[in-house]
Design a protein around this ligand. Structure first.
Ligand code: SF4
Ligand code: SF4
Length: 444
C-alpha cells in the first residue's frame, strides 16, 4: 500500500516553532537532588503509597500501587531516602499525594529490573503484564494506562496499530528526536503492541516536516513486512488519535466512540519507546524525554528527565529564563498545553514539554464580538459548531451545548486559534464539558 501525505478534513496551519530544538540531540538532565513523585498522574484510580518516610529506595522500585484495573503503578526515579508523603500541586492542576525522595546521587537500580527475554518467547498476556507493571501510561498527555488500552473487549476486532509520530503540537520535538535517534526501539515497541493486541498490521504516521524521522524509521522497518510508514500533511491537530485514524485508515470514529470501535489502537512515540524498554530492559517508566523550549528560555534542549524533578531544576539546567520572561509557562505546547502558575511542580509521565513564552508573546489579544464568519466551524476537525457551543456555555445553557455534542470536542484549540475576534472558544467549551459531565454524575 502506498501511503502519501494523508490528512483529515478541517484543522489549521500553525507556525511550528520546532527549529529551536528539532536539531538538538537528546541529553541526560542532571541528577535531581530531590524528587516529588505524584501517586496520581494517570487516568483512573490513584495509587496508595507502599513506602513511608525514612525508607531507603532504589531506582525503579515500586513506591505506589493500586488494585484497580484502570490505574498504573508509580516507581522511584532515584535511589535515596523517602522524606515524606505530602499533598502537593502537580502540573495538571489538582493537588495530589506525592512521595518526596532525597536522592543519594548513586542511581542504584532496584534488583528486580532485568530484561524480560525475547519477544518471540513472550505471550500476549505476559506482554500486557510487563506493560502494566512498568507503570506505562499514554505519554502524549492523556495518561491513560497502556495495559488497559491494549486489552480491548473480545467483541472489538482490532486490525491495525497506529503510532502517532505526527507530533503536531508546535515547539515540541521530543518524539521527533526519539524517532531519529532510537528508531529501532520504536519499531520494537510497535511489534510488542502488535503482539500484545493480536494484530498483524502496524503503521507509523509522521508529518512531512520530519524527513529525517521518516528516513530513520523507513530504514529501521525495511525488513518488517507488516509495518509501514505513512507520511502525513503538516496540519494541526494531525496527531489527535481520531484524526490520525481518519487520515491513515479513512475510518471515522463515531460520536462518543473510541478508536477500538473502528478496529484501531493508537499509541504515541514516547509511549511506544517506553514499552520497548520495559520488555527489552525491564525498565519501568521513571524518566522521559522533555522538550524545554520557547523564546523565554536561554538554552532550549531535549532532555531525559527523571519523573518528579521540579520544573525549576529543569529550567535552571537550560540556563534559566531570558530577559523579559517568563510571560507564560506551559506544560506541553501552546495549543493544548496547561498553563503553570509555579515552577515548583514536578515533571510527570505526561510532561512532553516545558514551554516558556516571553511577556510579549504571552500578551492576550483583545476580544471582540463574534462576526459570524464561520471560520471556527471550517477548521473544527470534529465538525462541531464552536461559536454556538461557546455561546451556550457562556449563557450557562449546558443542555443545548450537550445537544450540539460538546463532549466530542477534543479541546484542540484550532477554533480559538483561527477566530478573528479572539473569542474564548475552547475555554468556554471546556467549561461546558465539565458541567455536562458533573450533571451526568449527579443524575446517575
Ligand atoms: S470545538 Fe473543540 S474540537 Fe472543535 S476546533 Fe474547537 S477545540 Fe477543537
Ligand atoms: S471564528 Fe470567531 S468570529 Fe468567526 S464565527 Fe467563529 S466565533 Fe464567530
Amino acid at each position: 500500500m502506498k501511503l502519501r501525505d494523508l490528512t483529515f478534513k478541517g484543522g489549521v496551519a500553525v507556525s511550528d516553532n520546532k527549529g529551536l530544538t528539532n536539531h538538538l540531540s537528546i541529553e541526560s538532565a542532571e541528577e535531581p537532588s530531590i524528587v516529588m513523585i505524584p501517586l496520581h498522574q494517570h487516568t483512573g484510580a490513584p495509587c496508595e503509597p507502599v513506602v513511608k518516610a525514612g525508607d531507603e529506595v532504589k531506582v525503579g522500585q515500586v513506591i505506589g500501587q493500586s488494585q484497580a484495573f484502570v490505574s498504573a503503578p508509580v516507581h522511584s526515579s532515584v535511589s535515596g531516602t523517602v522524606k515524606e508523603i505530602a499533598s502537593m500541586a502537580i502540573p495538571t492542576g489538582p493537588t495530589v499525594d506525592c512521595v518526596v525522595i532525597e536522592s543519594d546521587g548513586k542511581n542504584t537500580m532496584d534488583k528486580s529490573i532485568r530484561p524480560n527475554g525475547k519477544l518471540e518467547d513472550l505471550s500476549p498476556e505476559e506482554l500486557i503484564q510487563i506493560i502494566k507493571e512498568a507503570g506505562i501510561t499514554g505519554m502524549g498527555g492523556a495518561g491513560f494506562p497502556a495495559h488497559v488500552k491494549f486489552s480491548p473487549p473480545a467483541e472489538k476486532k482490532i486490525d491495525t496499530i497506529l503510532i502517532d509520530g505526527a507530533e503536531c503540537e508546535p515547539y515540541l520535538t521530543a518524539d521527533h528526536r526519539l524517532m531519529v535517534e532510537e528508531p529501532e526501539k520504536i519499531i520494537y515497541g510497535l511489534k510488542v503492541i502488535m503482539k500484545a493486541v493480536g494484530v498483524d498490521r502496524g503503521i507509523i504516521g509522521i508529518e512531512t516536516n520530519k524527513p529525517d524521522a521518516i528516513k530513520a524509521l523507513k530504514e529501521a522497518s525495511k525488513d518488517e513486512e507488516n509495518i509501514s510508514i505513512a507520511t502525513l500533511k503538516v496540519k494541526y491537530p494531525q496527531g489527535d488519535e481520531k484524526r490520525l485514524i481518519d487520515a491513515i485508515l479513512g475510518r471515522q470514529v463515531p460520536s462518543g466512540g473510541l478508536p477500538m470501535d473502528v478496529g484501531a489502537v493508537v499509541s504515541n512515540i514516547s509511549t511506544t519507546r517506553a514499552i520497548a524498554e520495559a520488555v527489552m530492559e525491564g525498565k519501568p517508566l521513571y524518566e522521559r524525554v522533555v522538550t524545554v523550549t520557547g523564546r523565554g528560555i536561554k538554552n532550549p534542549k531535549n532532555l531525559v528527565v527523571k519523573i518528579g524533578t521540579p520544573f525549576k531544576d529543569v529550567i535552571q539546567q537550560c540556563g534559566g529564563f531570558n530577559e523579559g520572561a517568563p510571560g507564560k509557562i506551559v506544560m506541553g505546547g501552546p495549543m493544548m498545553g496547561i498553563s503553570q502558575y509555579s515552577i515548583d511542580v514536578p515533571v510527570i509521565k505526561g510532561t512532553g514539554g516545558i514551554l516558556v513564552m516571553t511577556e510579549e508573546e504571552a500578551k492576550p489579544e483583545p476580544m471582540h464580538p463574534c462576526i459570524r464568519c464561520g471560520k471556527c466551524i471550517e477548521v473544527c476537525p470534529v465538525h462541531l459548531q464552536p461559536l454556538y457551543l461557546s455561546s451556550y456555555s457562556l449563557k450557562g445553557d449546558f443542555d443545548r451545548a450537550e445537544a450540539l455534542h460538546a463532549l466530542d470536542c477534543v479541546e484542540c484549540g484550532a477554533c480559538s486559534f483561527q477566530c478573528p475576534s479572539k473569542r474564548p472558544l475552547v475555554e468556554s467549551i471546556r467549561l461546558a464539558k465539565r458541567e455536562i459531565i458533573a450533571n451526568r454524575k449527579k443524575t446517575n
